[in-house]
Every structure is written in C-alpha cells, then in structure tokens.
Write a protein that binds this ligand. Structure first.
Ligand SMILES: [Zn+2]
Length: 91
C-alpha cells in the first residue's frame, strides 16, 4: 500500500510547530521521512527578531482507532481509552 504523496504546497495550513525559543509559529521549509513512520521537519521561525531554525520530529505514538488496512511493518500500542492517563489538554 502506497499512500498518495501530496506535493502541492498550495493549501496554506497553519503551522503546527511553535518556535521553542520565542513561541512564534514556525514555517516548515523541508521534511524527510525516516523508516515507516518517523518524520522530521526543517522549520524556520517566522519572527524577524528571532530567526531561529529548527528540526522538529513527528511520529504516531498510539492507535486511537485501528486501521482497516494496517501496515504489518509498524507496531503501535493502542491508546488507553479508560480515562486514566488522559491528555492534559487538546490543542
Ligand atoms: Zn523564534
């Protein structure tokens, strides 16, 4: 199963990364996929005063709802729906 690669940067999405130094939004300039699930993003802070550039990492950590077409190469734990260990806050 190969996921379609969406290369169109037309959709202006709000950045999901915040500058760790000044807290401004970071603009993703490049991304790389490592292995099956881990992805890294090069991102630049949008604040002119800051000018920081960072590498952010992103990967799925738990399964909320199992896929109908699971990838046998990945092994993720199920999310604990029992209410213990709740996420502190949905952003
Ligand atoms: Zn910054």
């Amino acid at each position: 199963m190969t996921a379609p690669v969406n290369k169109t940067p037309s959709a202006k999405k709000k950045s999901t990364f915040k500058c760790p130094d000044c807290g401004s939004a970071c603009r993703v300039t490049n991304s790389k996929i490592f292995g099956n699930t881990y992805k890294e993003f090069n991102a630049s802070c949008t604040s002119d005063k800051c000018g920081g550039r960072y590498v952010f990492g992103s990967e799925p950590v738990r399964i909320l709802t199992p896929s109908q077409t699971p990838n046998p190469m990945i092994d993720l734990p199920m999310h604990d729906h029992s209410g213990q260990n709740q996420n502190p806050k949905e952003v």
